[in-house]
Design a protein around this ligand. Sequence first.
Ligand SMILES: NC(=O)c1ccc[n+]([C@@H]2O[C@H](COP(=O)([O-])OP(=O)(O)OC[C@H]3O[C@@H](n4cnc5c(N)ncnc54)[C@H](O)[C@@H]3O)[C@@H](O)[C@H]2O)c1
Length: 505
Amino acid sequence: MLPIRLVARLKPPHPLLAGLAAISQLFEYNFLDQDTSKTNSTYLNVNTAMSKSHKITRRSFLQCAAAAGAAAIFSPSPDRAFGYLSANERPVFATIGLRNQGWAITNKSFAFADFAALADVDANVLGANVEKTEKKQKKKPDAYNDYRKVLDRNDIDAVMIATPDHWHTKIAVEAMYAGKDVYCEKPLTLTIAEGKLIEKVVKETGRVFQVGTMQRTESGQRFLKAVALVNHGRVGTVKKVTCGINGMKASPKIPVAPVPEGLDWDMWLGPAPKVDYRSLPEMRKGYGGGVPLHSNCHYAFRNWHEYSGGKLTDWGAHHVDIACWALGASDTGPSKITPAEYTLPVEYKDGHPVVADQYNAATKFKIQVDMPNNVEMIITSEGDNGIMFEGTKGRFFVNRGKIVGKPVEDLKDNPLPDGAIEEVYGGKVSKNHTANFIEAMNSREQPISDVWTHNRMLEICHLSNIAMRLDRELKWDPEKREIIGDRQANSFLARENRKGFEINM
Ligand SMILES: NC(=O)c1ccc[n+]([C@@H]2O[C@H](COP(=O)([O-])OP(=O)(O)OC[C@H]3O[C@@H](n4cnc5c(N)ncnc54)[C@H](O)[C@@H]3O)[C@@H](O)[C@H]2O)c1
């Protein structure tokens, strides 16, 4: 899946061309015979060979890597074996899933990238976003119902994925095998097994992968300051971290309803079990609005375990992430998860909801997590949304709007050393989370929200949900990434995709 712009610029006897000849044979697809005459004019005219490149699976990818010489593909060669050519050239992007967050991250990226294509399974969402994108960048992106057509295109360097969570892993893995770098929204996965798979494929393909936990880059650097305060001992030894992530409201009974015109419901469900579309007439207002307030589809999918993990993964993915980062626990995990208090809005049997017509994720909760170094983590629906760090010398609170507490006030007389924020971030803080992704695409290093640290902290959120669903404490082995001595609980670490929607490996 080399951008034909790149092939056009390579002159024989460039070593990459020899590799490409070998790849061409393996893929039964001739990269070198493409019509490259249009490549420098406008990406909208690029000719693609769709059906053929669907053959790029793990097996053919590995053969390809061997044939072309893995180093030529994985290393940041000056000619950039996969991807755009130089820091001065704008990368070509496509967004998959556009309604709410998909547009937000696309809109944030026009400063750095051109969007050649958009994909959404809702024709109304797709049409509206094609219009908005054309207005912004003065070029009309191509529109697809089926994301695989985006992956087939040779001119697209990276995809941004903002579908509901149950689609993330399948699309991300297939995108990596199709030679795309990936920006995927949080929570990255529906299960812990999916996280392990993504890690494996990132390693295998050498793709750059950013998770959409933008608190690491944005929010006025408040969260970076929080991590720096902890790192510099301003609360002393950390004893307790409280992540306030709010609860959610239970729903009324949501009846089966006609599928809205333009929505491809089967493709929306994708890997999730086949069920009827459900909704009530009342519309959601404000953030994420313009869709039914109660449904099993747009925006409301968060409240169903079939598609997401409720608040635990929706907001846990943000605040538990920062908490683990500050604790230096990004490459390990908890030893015990206790569901101290919680309310599930429907009855559960053997870890599964017994009804199909109401939201089923926890509405209230207080989860106690035993973290390394005797730190207690609390994840709670009570109190302010944000994170409280408490240590032997003091405590402070941080959220997207403020960072407050004595250690913060003390900065007036005793500021953090120069470079403390950059030390946390690993260099100059990027303009935004997309800019950081593009910088990483350039350097071929992993960006600030890498999949490994994300998965580690998301394990805490997934385990919290499993603990509530099974109504018992779980002991976790962070090395083996297994629940200790609980076969039933371990069976919740993975899920089977619906037939026909298996991940293309
Ligand atoms: N980083 C953040 O702060 C942040 C904020 C909001 C949402 N998110 C995340 O973004 C994701 C989407 O959330 P949302 O609020 O935008 O949801 P949404 O329901 O409003 O939008 C999802 C869109 O994906 C489309 N879609 C579904 N399946 C698809 C497929 N197979 N191919 C293409 N399009 C498909 C839907 O039609 C819809 O337009 C979630 O994972 C959510 O957690 C992150």
